[in-house]
Every structure is written in C-alpha cells, then in structure tokens.
Design a protein around this ligand. Structure first.
Ligand SMILES: [Zn+2]
Ligand SMILES: [Zn+2]
Length: 115
C-alpha cells in the first residue's frame, strides 16, 4: 500500500497541516489530518508531494485540525490546497487569492511546492 502526506492550509487560521493519504486502486483516500508546520513539511518533503487521482475522505477522516473542515479547494493560481467551509467566498490559505478557486472532488493533480 502506498501512503503519502500532502500539505494543506487553513485559511481561517493561516496554519498548515498535513493530510495522510493512502492509495486505493489508483485513487487516494484522506485518512488523517494533523498539525504540521511548513518548516517541518519542507524538511520532510511533504510540500513537494505529487499525486494524481481522486482525493476522497476515508471513513473516520478527522478533517482540518483547526477548523474541522473535511472539504478542500484547489487554488487556480498557486495550485495548492486549502480547506473550505462551504462558504461562497473562497480564500486560498497560501497566496490569498479569493474567488477563482477550483472546487472539485474529481480527479486532481496536486503539486506541493514550486515546480
Ligand atoms: Zn481548516
Ligand atoms: Zn493560491
């Protein structure tokens, strides 16, 4: 079983967290979220994780450790992930872009750091 960690950010608190993901049949299940500062994520290489496929929440997924959201958005500008509380106004926790952010539960390509 392949497992990985992707980095997300909570726009409300501006804090980052890691989400452990496990591969199941070519897609990915989000199994656990935990507080993770960006410095440590960078040292571990989590900010450079690249995955393709669906990113569904697993049963029992705990959600963002700060706001509890289990939904996320992908920023149309920086391509990074932020949590989403199903509000109309969407804000990227990384670059601050509002509005024009892709919301999807379909297949995604995630890139963590800069290309
Ligand atoms: Zn959050
Ligand atoms: Zn962004």
């Amino acid at each position: 079983m392949k497992a990985n960690v992707i980095l997300m950010k909570c726009p409300e608190t501006k804090r980052s967290y890691g989400v452990r993901i496990e591969e199941r049949g070519g897609d990915w299940l989000r199994t656990w979220a935990f507080p993770l500062d960006e410095g440590r994520a960078s040292r571990e290489g989590y900010d450079r994780t690249k995955i393709t496929g669906n990113l569904s929440p697993a049963e029992g997924f705990n959600g963002c450790p700060y706001c509890g959201s289990k939904e996320f958005v992908i920023c149309g500008r920086c391509g990074k992930l932020s949590c989403w509380n199903k509000e109309e106004r969407i804000t990227c926790g990384w670059c601050g872009l509002t509005g024009d952010i892709t919301t999807t539960t379909d297949a995604v390509s995630v890139r963590g750091g800069d290309m």
